[in-house]
Ligand binder design. Structure first.
Ligand SMILES: NC(=O)c1ccc[n+]([C@@H]2O[C@H](COP(=O)([O-])OP(=O)(O)OC[C@H]3O[C@@H](n4cnc5c(N)ncnc54)[C@H](O)[C@@H]3O)[C@@H](O)[C@H]2O)c1
Length: 380
């Protein structure tokens, strides 16, 4: 069976779904691996390196995809790419439940089976397949580096003959995978770090990284399986009131509070930003879902009253070599789960396959996606 990896076409996507390290693992499954020429270039993986690892190269997307049983990608295909997917092929990529109804219907039209990384269950057996975590961790790291680079101050305490410079103060809102990596990175740079999360369970993890956990007198709604759920507007209003002063004292604020499948809650208001010192920076990792800051413009970087608000999307793609290396490992682990003796063998009674298989041979299995695709009939 042929496994193919076409070049990513989404704007500014620099990652790739295989790496020189992951190709031998895929070959060991008894499949052949074909990569489109240049697909690894932006991640620092040359055609020669991918070929030396055992892949064959294809000149264009059409010849790359032709005859393949499994197609591995980072981003979901766009509507122009779907007709190139072989009928009945299995797609392994990110595919959010918010994917457009037309895309879902187009995939069904080609009898595609789609394994979505957003739907991999977060159980310990699936940890090596958890691309949401591997990529969020890179995002948290990059958010702090971007913030540090944009500050007109240094992060660490400096005691020199030219005077004593106090350390920068960093506030991290949301201490999930990205938030914890942001805390660790800011600490390594020497900042004084505080963090807050609605899940009190993360208090010890925050402290073990050398940050202070901000205690707010608030009672959050518990989610399932350790996840946060959407909080009431009353809760969020109280939270904003209590967190406002901390935001205003910080040089760098990194917000990471996302609710799966829902718009991001507003944690930082326009008024709070107005109270921040000029030269401060806010990096909003929740920009994709609208942002945790009221003034975030997704995909853009703006300055309001001297405060820089960074709403750039897809930070992992800015660290494409490492993020591809990790993503490729996630992809290879998913493939090892699905391929037996060189052929696909989907066991839908298996918890991981059952949860992550969004579409099976053209039938949408995920409820949210099914509703969207049916509800969206006739809409563009
Ligand atoms: N394999 C596993 O077992 C596994 C894998 C990954 C994650 N997890 C668990 O899931 C947690 C969250 O995962 P994630 O990083 O993908 O989460 P996420 O990206 O969905 O959310 C980021 C963080 O924002 C927090 N948040 C939400 N609303 C908030 C608010 N109003 N104020 C402050 N914080 C708010 C959440 O509690 C979460 O910690 C992890 O920390 C971990 O405990 C488990």
């Amino acid at each position: 069976m042929k496994l193919s990896v076409p070049r990513e076409t989404a704007p500014e996507e620099r990652r790739i779904a295989v790496s020189p390290d992951s190709i031998p693992r895929l070959l060991a499954l008894g499949v052949s691996v074909q990569v489109e020429r240049g697909a690894g270039e932006a991640a620092g993986f040359s055609d020669q390196a991918l070929e030396a690892a055992g892949a064959t190269l294809a000149a264009d997307p059409k010849s790359c995809l032709e005859g393949s049983g499994v197609v591995c990608k980072v981003q979901p295909p766009n509507l122009d790419e779907v007709p190139l997917l072989p009928e009945g092929a299995t797609l392994v990529s990110f595919l959010p439940t918010s994917a457009s109804p037309q895309l879902l219907r187009a995939l069904c039209g080609r009898h595609i089976t789609a394994i979505s990384f957003e739907l991999i269950p977060r159980i310990s057996r699936a940890q090596a397949m958890d691309a949401l975590s591997s990529q969020a961790s890179i995002g948290g790291y990059k958010a702090v580096l971007m913030g540090a680079d944009r500050l007109a101050k240094i992060m660490p305490l400096q005691m020199t003959a030219a005077g004593t410079i106090p350390p920068s103060r960093v506030l991290v809102l949301g201490a999930g995978v990205a938030g914890l990596q942001a805390i660790a990175t800011a600490r390594r740079l020497g900042a004084v770090v505080e963090a807050y999360d609605v899940r009190p369970a993360v208090r010890d993890e925050v402290r073990s990284l050398g940050a202070t956990f901000v205690e707010l007198e608030l009672e959050a709604q518990e989610g399932e399986g350790g996840y946060a759920r959407e909080q009431s507007e009353e809760f969020l209003a109280k939270q904003r009131e209590l967190i406002g002063q901390r935001v205003q004292q910080s040089d760098l604020v990194v917000t990471t509070a996302a609710i799966p499948g829902r718009p991001s809650p507003v944690l930082v208001t326009k008024e709070m930003v107005e109270g921040m010192r000029a030269g401060s920076v806010l990096v909003d990792l929740a920009a994709e879902g609208g942002g945790n800051c009221q003034l975030t413009i997704p995909g853009e970087e703006v300055v309001v009253n001297g405060v820089r608000i960074v709403g750039l999307r897809n930070l992992p793609a800015m660290v494409a070599s490492t993020s591809s290396q990790m993503y490729a490992r996630n992809v290879a682990t998913v493939c090892a789960h699905l391929v037996k003796g060189g052929e696909l063998s989907l066991d839908l009674s298996d918890e991981i396959t059952n949860a992550s298989c969004a579409i099976h041979a053209g039938e949408i299995r995920n409820e949210l996606m099914r509703e969207a695709a049916l509800g969206g009939v006739g809409k563009s």
